[in-house]
Structure formats: structure tokens, C-alpha cells
Design a protein around this ligand. Sequence first.
Ligand code: LLP
Length: 423
Amino acid sequence: MNHFDHKDGVLHVEDVAIPAIAAAVGTPVYIYSAATLRRHARVFREGLAGVPRKHLAYAIKANPNLAVLRVLADEGYGADVVSVGEMRRALAAGMPPADIVFSGVGKTKAELAAALDAGIGQFNLELEEEGVVLAALAAERGIRAPATLRVNPDVDAGTHAKISTGRKENKFGVPIDQAAAMFDRLAPLPGLNLRGVAIHIGSQLFDLAPLEAAYTRVGELVAELRAAGHTITHVDLGGGLGVPYKAGDMPPSPADYGAMVARVTADWDAELMFEPGRVIAGNAGVLLTEVIWVKPGVVHPYVIVDAAMNDLARVALYDAYHDFVAVQPNGDRMTANIAGPVCESGDTFAMGRDIDHVVSGDLAVFRTAGAYGATMASTYNSRPLVPEVLVDGDRFAVVADRVAAETLIAAERVPDWLNEARE
Ligand code: LLP
């Protein structure tokens, strides 16, 4: 459930009519619903009611806007971060350092040091050498770094190849059958408090079976580690729960997921950690766009909108589907292609799709754009970085500015020798 509904023929976000946002901020613009974020945060937590000890770390890569993070911090969520930049955002949004988990396959030494100095709650190690380096950095500071070892269970999560992370050929984690030996070598290091294991097998998961298989293998590993004398207090089960992008999509509910987790982990006696991203933010946001032209096509007309692949990259990258809905539909339908202004044929959001009838100047939204939307935007074709708006009841605020071409140009310069050559 979300708070994007037509009222009196006009699409609203909570109590705000979308044309009011377009008039105030212009298009394209991402719009988020605070009520939807809060609802998803609560539904996910309630789904895990059967898990006695848990830590919820929102995967802020999905949507790292400061205002979004504040809403989730106020819901008691910490953060899963994958760079020092994300860590700084989580801290800036008011998340306690102890609630932050640092994941990521390529943490630099400087990043590990900065995270230690910030006092973050847990490092999820991706390789043995990282543990050795982290232990040394922590020992220099006279502390022990809380850490888990991320394991790769070699399961096929059944999702798009580019967002699958738990197969043995993927770059993530250590092979699960080598984990116990690495644990034996890392756990004694004085700078490490190697207290558990972590896992994340992929994103936009629609099937609980691979997750259950992976968690089951982790449970076996935990038993093996304990039998070898290790103290295991934390297991990070990652994120990945899918969301519906189109009518008829039926991902497992947080309650289904939570019931599976409670069953599989019943005798684990550990604090379980979760890193949900998309399931919190995905359907809490839309990308608002204006139709520039409806261009006749050979087979279908092209609806050319002012949002493009640089603003919402998911379609070009993963052939993703984003619903396209007119803000003020007139009841008619049309079959059309939808494309942006960027000079690539890949800048196409849909081909031959049945959509609301639109004409030049109409407003429309791409739905389910709250996760992996604005955060993956670029300025390709020197297009401004797309702004973001947060709606909360009958209020809205610009929570990220449109970064104009002038600002980007101001960060560049022509070297002196090229200027001198002109004199
Ligand atoms: N934890 C780790 C270690 C992750 O790598 C990810 C996502 C998450 C948690 C959160 O997964 P979620 O709950 O959001 O599925 N850009 C792609 C998605 C990439 C996901 C990368 N890792 C997309 O637009 O579909």
C-alpha cells in the first residue's frame, strides 16, 4: 500500500496534488511520500515480530536522501552503508554510529579508518585480507572492531544477473566452505571482535526458496563455528525482498519473509540484522515528468518525456519496468513508446505499451521510483541533476536541489596552457 492516488481525477501524493509540485519545482522531479516510508518501515518490522532480537539497517544505497534517512531514523532504523559518503549521510541524518553497518566489497583503508574513528557498529568483511587490515587499524587505536565475515552461499537468487550477488562467480563474500578456516585465522587478531557472519544474495527477490536455502547454510555454518569454539552473537541476513512494479506482481510479503526467517533461525540464539532497501523506499517514490512531444512513429507514436535514462537508469540498465501513469488521465488509452531526450536509443522507458492517453504538456509519473532512482542519476548529456521533493501530509519540501549545468561547469576548468595558446 502507498499514498499515491487519484482524487477527483488528479494524482495526489498524500494530500498534495502533484500539479502543485510541478508548478513550484518544475519537472522532472522525484517525489517521495513520508507516510509511505513510515508504513513500509513499520510493516517490515512487524513482519519480523517472530524474531526476538533484531537490528534493522536500511540499505541507504536505495535512497540516501537526507530527509528520507531522517524519516527512517525516526522509525528506529539504522543504516547499511557501502562507502564513507553513505556513512556521512547516515550520521548527518542523525543515525547513531552504533546503528551503522559497513558493507561493501571494496572498502579502502582510508574508509575503514574513517569508519573506526566514527565508531560505527559493525564491519561486514568481504575477504580475509580486509579483516587483517581492519584489525591492524583498530589495534593502532586501541580498540576492537566489531565485525562479521560475509559468506557467499552459491545460490541462484533467481533475479536479474546484474543484481544477483550470492553465486560463487559473483564478487561478493568468501566461499562459504572456506569461511570456518578464515574465522580460525581472523578471530584471534587482537583488533577484531569477529562476532558473526553476514549474507546478501541479491535484490528484487520474488522467491523465498533461495533465501531459505542460503539462510539454512548460514545456520549450519554458525553451528560449525560454535563447535570450533567461536562466539557467534550476530548474523546479518542482508536485504533483497522484492517489490511490485506492475499490476499482478506478487512478491513475498514482509510477513511471509518474517515467518520464514523466524522458522529457519528459531534455534540460532543470535541477534539478527536486516538490510532492507527497495522494500522500504521503492513504492514510496515516483518520478514526475512532463510530456514534451508526442512524435508519430512508424509502428507506435513516441511519447517523448522530459525525464531520461540519466534521471532513472533502471530501464536502460536492467530492462526494468516502471509503470507510467498520467497525473490527470482523461479516460482514453493509447499504445505508445515512451522515451527521454537523451541521445541514445537506450533512453527508452517502454515500447508498444498501453498507457493513459497523453498529449504535449501533460504530466505523468513513473511509479516505483523511490529506490535506485535519484541515487543512480547522472548528468549525462549535461542534463541537470534531478531534484527531490518530500511530501508529508499536506506539506511538501524540496529535499534536494536541481543541480544546474552552470554548477557543474563551475567545477571544471580549462588548463592555463590551453588558454595561453589562444593569447
Ligand atoms: N545489503 C547489501 C549488502 C546489498 O548489496 C544490497 C543491495 C542491499 C542490502 C539492499 O538490497 P534491497 O533490499 O534494496 O534489494 N540498482 C539495482 C539494485 C542493486 C542492489 C545492490 N545491493 C536496481 O536498481 O535494481
